[in-house]
Write a protein of this length. Sequence first.
Length: 292
Amino acid sequence: MIFDKNQKEFPSVFHRDVWWWGVGIVPIEESLTLAVVEKCGADAAAGCRQWRDYFIELAEDMYRHADEYLPASPRQYRDILENIAAGGAISNNEIIWQALEWDNYCIAKDKSKAYKTVGAETERCVRALGRIGLTVGRRDGEAVFANVKYPKIFHAMRVMEFSPNVRKTPVRHHFAHCEFRQLVKSYSADYNGLLRRVGDESLAVAHAIHDYASKANVQRYIHFDIIKYKYKNVRVLDFSIRGDEYPTLRVNIETGGEKTGVNAFMSDMPKIIELIDNRIRSIEKQNALHRF
């Protein structure tokens, strides 16, 4: 199946969360650049290609067979894979943990509020991940993880977990969406990348706002993966992107110390332009008062 960013209705919250993940996966021709291939090595490069195929197949299977994965969330499944890659040592195509450390990890996760609230269990999640090739076995006091269908994925996942400035970049987001440019440098998405998941209506709204803002000398910048617009260094508006609302683009406009949030359609553009104009006039008025 191909996840459609214009989809509006879903059988359940779980299906919507899987869809929101799926529409965010970056095309391989964009994320696996020549620089990444040259710097990360053959195993990791092969792992990147397999990783993206794996996540697409996993997301599709979750959407089609939700009962096999519930009650855990898609994010909790990704977190397990991320932690497997980060916590063990890689040998050939396997990730190897000390069995006691893995057991303690499972116990801690199962006791956590996030798991107890929904009734999730780590071992049950691992078994579900086995539907798309994940295996875990015991050997000489070790817990050994591999993927028989996508054998190279842990090479790439482990590089991601130890990538540049890993604690200062949205690596969990990059991990979920196979943004492999993070493997070789601290990476933040640009305007087009941040709007990748929004539907056609929302994208038209974003472009219309940008065109109007540019003519009004309202400048765009990106800070911590948020698209913001400022007039004379004072914020006018920003965009937030959410999978649990439709349209998926919310326009947040500053109005007198508060924010007016609109999940906008193109038919809302006259009102949005009016609010932008009001904000610009307010900023000009405040600047005039400060001059005297």
